[in-house]
Ligand binder design. Structure first.
Ligand code: CU
Length: 153
């Protein structure tokens, strides 16, 4: 009986210890809904995207399934903006988390946050067919129009 209690306590301890690790994994976005990070040794088509208050230019792009794109991103605005490549579902979920923590830092291959006049590149391979989006999840920016669409054919 004593042994049973000890095992039960040990199991409880184990399961609570596993909790933070699991939520951290989720937060790190280890799986990507819009494809996968690109391979620098493979050819890529360059698409330039300009960010400003509160839109992207262009706001819609089309790529072929399997195509690798080098996104050249430039913030031409006067505020910070983001470019996060994912499904709409994933970005909306992510936006909820950002509402609670607006200064959340991103360190993911599918996204970047840029200050005014800054630029960056993202190399991405669209491996799945469907419709994806790039949006800015700084509170209210997506609602005000900072969402673009990628159609993968
Ligand atoms: Cu923005």
């Amino acid at each position: 009986m004593k042994t049973m209690t000890t095992i039960a306590i040990a199991l409880i301890a184990l399961s609570t210890a596993a909790q933070p690790a699991r939520s951290h994994e989720h937060h790190a976005h280890e799986s990507y809904s819009a494809g996968e990070p690109g391979d620098t040794t493979k050819p890529a088509r360059t698409i330039e995207i300009e960010m400003s208050e509160m839109t992207y230019e262009p706001i819609r792009i089309e790529v072929k399934r399997g195509e690798q794109i080098r996104f050249v991103l430039r913030n031409a605005g006067t505020e910070d903006h983001e470019f996060l490549l994912a499904t709409t579902r994933e970005n909306l979920k992510h936006a909820e988390v950002m509402k609670k923590n607006p200064h959340m830092e991103h360190d993911d291959p599918n996204g970047v946050r840029l200050g005014p006049k800054k630029s960056a590149e993202i190399l991405w391979r669209f491996t799945k067919p469907g419709t994806f989006e790039y949006s800015c999840l700084i509170p209210n920016h997506r609602e005000y129009g900072m969402v673009g669409h990628v159609t993968v054919k």
